[in-house]
Design a protein around this ligand. Sequence first.
Ligand code: SF4
Length: 358
Amino acid sequence: MESPRYDFIESLHPKFIEQLHAFFSHEKRYFFKQLEDWVFVKKATNFAEFTNISKKNREILAQNFFLPSLSLVSQVNSGKDQTVKFLLRTQSGHTIEAVLIDDGLANKGYILCLSSQKGCSLACRFCATGTMGMLGNLSSGEIVSQYLMLAALSNRPIKRIVFMGMGEPFLNRKNVFLALDILCGKDQSFRGFGISSRRIAISTSGILRGIEELAGHSLNIRLSLSLHSAIDESRAELMPDLKNISLLQIAKAMQYYSRQKNQAVFVEYIMLKDLNDSDAHLKALIEFLKPLFVKVNFIAYNKVQGKPYKPSSQQRIAFFIEQLQAQGIVATQRYKKGDDIGAACGQLVSKKIVTVSP
Ligand code: SF4
């Protein structure tokens, strides 16, 4: 028997629904509503669970569609916090990683850090994912399946979703925007999972076209910028593939986003010893941030074996935060979670790279 050809989650999107209709042309609207309910409400990950659908129709589904779009390879739990890292296989046989991170709130939920690409084309110097190269984009079904599968596997609710895993989301805009439709819903006729857009953040290294398109999108997604240096030359050292995008262009795009959405942009700054933590970097950072509506997160660099970099000292990070706050800029430190299992910021990679704690 041939393998199923169509991605079921993607097929529920209005753009692809015709391929589902084609297999069930005699079924009424209610039937398709039942199918949506199994995925979007009951979070079923197998057609066998669709118990109010006839056996014959379940067989047609299983023969022609796959659900979910990924399969679970392994999962590893952190020994020091509640972080869980998942290795998932795509239809093409590649593996990607997704992470559940304790949200640290009293009502105990998870933040899902999901991937948008298989690897990444940008090869930022400090990042483990960048060492993989670009192995392809994830489909919208594969992006959404990370949420569906981990929601089904987790004993705690997923409260927020961040596109901060493997890949640059804005270099896979078509599928990322389709995935947002499925996660949040599109309009009255397609509600998807119905997740509030305010619970979703997309992190970009500064892809201007993506920032502009998200600013024009009807959803109020939170935008996060991976900055890491406010000096053009030093940013180009750390993120060489982005050297043609100037900080001035990025600042304009961020201002545009804040104005369009009336919300702050989050700025991530990984603190790397002797690379972006000098007084000159601090001065440039303050000048860059002052005119912007931002909230800044400092992150101590998470070591990756094979990379020569070290995190800045805790005192230096605290000094940066203090100096920004003195200028009225909201700044905090994001404490690392899951670094013992290679699940922290910049550590995701789905081939054998051993990560070590500093
Ligand atoms: S930091 Fe982000 S954009 Fe840069 S290589 Fe890693 S995944 Fe890609």
